[in-house]
Structure formats: C-alpha cells, structure tokens
Design a protein around this ligand. Structure first.
Ligand code: ADP
Ligand code: MG
Length: 698
C-alpha cells in the first residue's frame, strides 16, 4: 500500500524533485525565475529540460506537451514524443531547453475573436515556470501561456499572470506606507470549491441532450426532488465513495490538494474542495481537476456532469472562488490584526475590495457569463445576478462606526479624533454564514459564489485582481502625497465607506424585495443574461481599467467579448437543434406509438362490445392527440425562429436575438413535451427520466 504522503505529488516535477536532480547553480537560477520573475538563460533551460526528461522517462512518459488554456475554456495539448533518431538506427530520448521554453502549436483552430485577422495566424506557447510540470498518462505536461506573435494573449493564463503582477505592484506600494519594508511580493490565493453531478453512464448514453449539450432539455419533475434536503452531507453511496477515492488519489498524484468532499443539496450532486494555493496554480489545478473528474467517472460507469444547470427544478452546480491576498512574509492582508496599525492596514485592504467590487460589478458579472449560468443565477438556488457584498454584522458595525465617527464599542459616544488610533479595534468575526450572497467575507477571505461549475476561475480572478489593483493604485497615489499619513488614511477609509456602502448587503439575496431595493434604490446592476452582462466589458471605464494595468488591451478585450458571445450563440443553437431532433425523432414517435396502442385497445374493446364507453382510453387519446399537434407546432415554431436567426447580422444582435427569440421557443416546446411525458406509459418513453437519472446511481 502506498501511503498518501508517498502518493502526493508523485507525478509532479516539484521543488523536491528539482532539488534532487538539478545542480545547485541551476536550481538557484530556476528558483530566481519562479520567485522573482528573473529571465532564464538557455543553458539553465537546457539543464532543466534534461532533468525533466530523465525524470519523466523514468516515470513512464513517452511524450511531452505544452499544456495551455485557450479561450475555449478547457485545456489544450499537442503531444510530441521524446524520440529522436540516433546514428546507429536506434532512438534516443531528447528534450531541449528550447522545446521546454517555447512551442508552436497550430493555433488556427482555436478561437481568437478576430485577433488572427489583424495579427499573425500562428501562435506560440511559452513555459510558465511558476506552475510545476507534471505527468498525465504517459505525457509530460508543461504549463504554458499561449500568445500570438504580436504578443496578444490567446489564452486565460497570460492575463491572469498579468493581473497578479498588477496587484502585486500596487499592494507593495501601499504596504510600504505602513512600514512593511521586508515584504518583497504580494500574491493572491484561491481555493475553488467545485460542485458536480454523477449520473449512470448507460442512462446518460440514452440521452442526446446530455451527450450534445451537457444538460437535460426535457424531463418532467420526478415525484421526489431535493425537497427533503436528505442528500446534503448525507452518507455517500458505495459507488460514489469508490469514485471519490480514486479521484482523490489521481489528484494527489498531481500534487492537487483535494481536501474535502461531500454530497450537495440536489440528489446525485457532490462537491470537492481543495486546499487553497496561489491563484495561477489554483487555476491550473482546477482545470486539471475538472478533467480528471470526468476521466475517473468513466472508469466507474459514471458520467460527471459539470454543466451549471443539468436539471431544471433542482439546484445547479456552481464553483466558489475563495480569494485572499497575502505577503511573502506570511501575512494574510484580509485578516484583521492585533495592533491598531495592523487593523488599519486590514481595513484599508477591506475597503479597497469593497470599492473594487462596487465600481467594477459589471466586469465580475461578465466573468461568469455563460448560457448555462444564466439558468442558475437568480433562480433561488444560486446568488442573484445582482452583485453585493456580505460582511457580517460585526464588520458592518465597525464600518458604520467609522463612517459615523462614533466609537465602535464602549459607552462614550463622542466624536472621534482623526487618525489611525481612532480606528476601532476588533477581533475576527467567524460567526455568521450567509449562503445567498454573491460575494461574502468569511473571516479572512472573500468568497465569490457566482461562478458556474464549468467556468475557468481565470476570468473571475483576472477581473478581481485588476479591479483591486486599480483601487490600491489610487490609494497609494493619494497616501504617498499625504502630509499626515494617519489622518489621510482615516479620511480615505471613511470616505470610501460612505461612497461604496451601497454594495454591502447582509440580508437574504434570494428575496425579491432585495432585487428591487438593489436596482431601484441602490443603483446596483442587474445583468440577468449573458448578452447584457458581456456588454459591461466594453464600457469605457472597464476597458480603461484592464488596459491601464496592462492586463488586457482593448483589442484583446474585444476579442474575448466576441468569443464569449459566439460561445453563447453556439451553445443555445446546439441546444435548440438537439431539442428539435429529440422532439421529432424520439418524443413524437413514442407518443404516437402509445396513442396507436390506445386506439387499438379502444377499437378491440368496442368490437367486443359496442356499448362500451372506453372513457379512459378516449380521454387519454384526445389529450395525447392534441399534445402531439402542439408538440409538432412548437417544434416548427422553433425551427422557423432558427431560420429567422440566420438573417440577423452581428454577434451582439445575434446573442440578443437568441435570448429573445430562441430561448422562449425552447421553453414552450419543453413544456408540452414534459406534459406528454407525464401521460405516456413509462415503457414507451424513449429515454431515462429525471427520476432514473437523479436516483439511478446506487
Ligand atoms: P466552506 O464553509 O465554504 O466550505 P471552508 O473553510 O471549508 O469554507 O473553505 C473553503 C475553501 O476556502 C477551501 O478551498 C479552502 O482551502 C479555502 N480557503 C481557506 N482559507 C483561504 C484563504 N486564506 N485564501 C483563499 N482560500 C482559502
Ligand atoms: Mg464555500
């Protein structure tokens, strides 16, 4: 039996392996590159490549790949084998520093949102030494960034790294003002909690909607859904437990800190949470986790559904982005401190996040905008589409006291004098939990809960890091000029609270009254669907933010807009076509076949005794015959709408047309098909039902 510590990281070229296999000089140079971003010279790269190759080959690898994250949202790899011909006709295993540092995948089939029209067609991948190489199957995977030859980012990693750098730069300026001379680097960390469904593979294969779209497009509500809440944290079924055990082992081998797992609210729904780590690595690990989840499921006769809303009427799956900022000296900047200065520093970072989220709500909402997530947000199961921040009662009271200039605790209610000493002292609040808030402070980190289970966490963190970097930049500009730092700091915190407290909301985010208050009284954005949300990315202030911190140029941002909108359109179109086919080729024939049985039975009964009323058959026949016509009519209506869509020009117009013309027609078609399901004999229904899927894994 291999123990977990032996297993953990056994497929990773991590620090331990580097130390053991690289010479002191090479190891130190590489460390400098990883930790301080120093440029790597080719001789070092060659030595690292040779050590990587030896290690990989010893561990059974035959190929290597530059592993990257194109804008499709999933990862891509192109495998090259290590073999190289030797003069004696045999082969040797080769891998050079050049091959490690740079690759040239044929990029022409990856979405570029128009970047390729203006820039060179080819793209190249560049090694990201801050994320360890690993072996997957028989392939050495080298995490890389993917760019065009003009330097435009064609992936999600490049802007993520840039946003981390932007935040580092501005946070260091602020920390200096507090006298933190020893801090060299500030990084953000993320722990993404991942929800998913497991369904039986044999049943899955009978459903074209699941196969083509990842979600069910039809399905009447089963007698039992999630109303009893008996699945949440319930005991795990043996088949699922076996799956989770193997999943953990596979993730541990890759150095992924899979930590907790439990059943979620909906039947067949589960969650996996890793221990948090540096954002860039957390992002790579989350992509790998999603991939391994699906691979391991296949081995257990299961399918892992990562769609945001695979079933109507039961909770969808999300991802929680737990996020914090910390220094290389080990201080979590979102954790309240012990001294007034530490507390003041904490409060400044806290209000920076509050201001960033308030000013750039649109970008955060756009970061999670997908066709699938539109079914989740605001459906009383996930946060609403309105972004607000939950702080908890204690911290809210602290901010109120600062704003009102009254003591936070203690009897005297006199006006406070300005300065750091006047900021209240308080301890960390860990009491309150609010599950309905999109953006919750949870003691020493913020938890952004709007992500769909499918989303890469990159987009969210790009926007979050950059928005906070921008606010810190403004703070640093202001405070560096201040004659009296303490007074300026106090005023800044106080003014920020006044200006941005509208985003703080500790109540029930599912409440309709809140949505009304948020939009009508507080002026918060309510971007309910992807086409609206994506519009926010092109607002001048948002473009300016990303460009000024060199995270995404206007061209890069516009290309991302195109890709995300295109993805929305394609996704819904595939769903609509799948519905049309399932209605025509499966549902209508099934209902017709049952109708003809009913008709035959009626005829036979009447032949035996013409006086028989056949009330049951006649009633059902009439209902089903009429439903058949309605299903046919609505299928045609959907088809007509799809044809009309062809005449719409422009990606923005198309996305809105899809939302307003296609989605309503899909809902109408589903409604009648689901009704037909409830009236048709079970053995006639052409595919597994909700009950089968949700309760089928035993
Ligand atoms: P929950 O009640 O939401 O399940 P947990 O305390 O279990 O909360 O944490 C959930 C996630 O938050 C885990 O992935 C955990 O590693 C991560 N996390 C904890 N502390 C931090 C932090 N300082 N920064 C980022 N993520 C963190
Ligand atoms: Mg959570």
């Amino acid at each position: 039996m291999t123990t977990v510590p032996e297993l953990f990281g056994s497929r990773v070229f991590d620090d331990r392996v580097m130390k053991a296999r690289l010479s002191g000089n090479v190891y130190n140079s590489l460390k400098q590159t990883i930790e301080a971003g120093k440029k790597l010279d080719l001789s070092v790269a060659n030595a690292v490549a040779a050590a990587m190759r030896d290690w990989a080959v010893e561990n059974g690898a035959t190929h290597f790949t530059h592993w990257f994250q194109p804008l499709t949202g999933i990862t891509a790899e192109k495998h090259d084998s290590f073999i190289s011909p030797a003069p004696d006709g045999r082969v040797i295993m080769e891998f050079s520093g050049k091959e490690l540092i740079k690759g040239e995948p044929d990029a022409s089939s990856f979405p570029s949102g128009g970047l390729r029209a203006t820039f060179e067609a080819r793209g190249y991948t560049a090694w990201d030494p801050t994320s360890y190489a690993f072996i997957k199957g028989k392939t050495l995977c080298i995490p890389t960034a993917f760019c065009s030859y003009g330097g435009e980012a064609l992936d999600k990693k490049t802007p993520l790294l840039r946003s981390m750098e932007a935040l580092n730069k501005q946070a260091l300026r602020v920390l200096k003002l507090f006298g933190n001379e020893d801090v060299k680097r500030v990084t953000t960390s993320v722990g993404p909690e991942q929800e998913y469904f497991l369904v039986d593979r044999a049943m899955y294969e009978k459903r074209h909607d699941l196969i083509y779209t990842g979600r069910t497009l039809f399905g009447a509500k089963p007698p039992k859904g999630q109303e009893l809440d008996d699945h949440y944290f319930g005991s795990i079924k043996p088949r699922v437990a076996a799956y989770m055990e193997e999943l953990n082992e596979e993730l541990w081998k890759l150095g992924i800190l899979a930590k907790t797992e439990h059943n979620e609210v909906a039947p067949a729904q589960h969650e996996l949470a890793p221990i948090y780590t540096t954002t860039n690595i957390a992002c790579d690990h989350n992509q790998l986790t999603m991939e391994i989840m699906q691979k391991v499921a296949a081995k257990h006769g299961l399918v892992c559904l990562l769609h945001e809303k695979p079933f109507a009427g039961v909770n969808g799956s999300g991802k929680h982005n737990n996020w914090s900022i910390s220094t290389d000296t080990g201080v979590n900047l979102l954790s309240p401190g012990d001294t007034p200065y530490e507390n003041a520093q904490f409060l400044l970072f806290l209000v920076a996040v509050i201001q960033a989220v308030d000013e750039y709500q649109g970008l955060l909402r756009a970061a999670v905008a997908t066709a699938g997530n539109d079914h989740r947000l605001g459906a009383n199961e996930a946060p609403p589409a309105v972004i607000s921040i939950f702080l908890g009662d204690e911290l809210t009271a602290v901010l109120d006291a600062i704003e009102q200039a009254v003591p936070y605790s203690g009897a005297e209610k006199k006006k406070l004098k300005l300065g750091v000493a006047a900021l209240p002292r308080f301890v960390r609040d860990t009491t309150d939990r609010n599950r309905t808030s999109p953006f919750a402070f949870t003691g020493n980190k913020f938890e952004f809960r709007m992500l769909g289970s499918n989303n890469s966490i990159a987009c969210t963190n790009i926007m979050l890091n950059t928005a906070v970097a921008e606010i810190l930049r403004r703070y640093a500009d202001q405070l560096e000029e201040a004659a009296d730092f303490d007074a300026a700091l106090h005023d800044l915190i106080k003014e920020t609270i006044s200006a941005h407290k509208r985003i703080i909301f500790n109540g029930n985010g599912y409440d309709d009254a809140w949505i009304q208050e948020a939009t009508e009284e507080r002026g918060l954005l309510n971007l309910r669907t992807t086409p609206e949300a994506m519009g926010a990315t092109l607002e001048p202030k948002n473009m300016e933010l990303l460009a000024s911190h060199k995270v995404l140029s206007e061209t890069e941002l516009r290309s991302r807009y195109e890709i995300q909108m295109e993805n929305y359109c394609k996704t819904v179109r595939i769903e609509a076509l799948t519905m049309r086919d399932m209605a025509r080729k499966e549902i209508l024939p099934a209902v017709e076949s049952y109708v003809s049985t009913l008709a035959a039975t009626t005829a036979a009964k009447k032949a035996a005794d013409s006086a028989l009323a056949c009330g049951y058959e006649t009633k059902l026949l009439k209902k089903l015959a009429s439903l058949v016509d309605t299903i046919d009519g609505r299928t045609e209506a959907l088809e007509t709408a799809l044809v009309k869509l062809e005449t719409v020009n422009g990606i923005t117009e198309e996305a809105f047309a899809i939302r307003d013309m296609i989605l309503p027609k899909m809902n109408e078609l589903r409604e009648v098909c689901d009704e037909a399901e409830t009236l048709t004999a079970a053995n006639y229904w052409p595919f597994p039902t909700y009950g089968d899927l949700l309760f089928g894994v035993r």
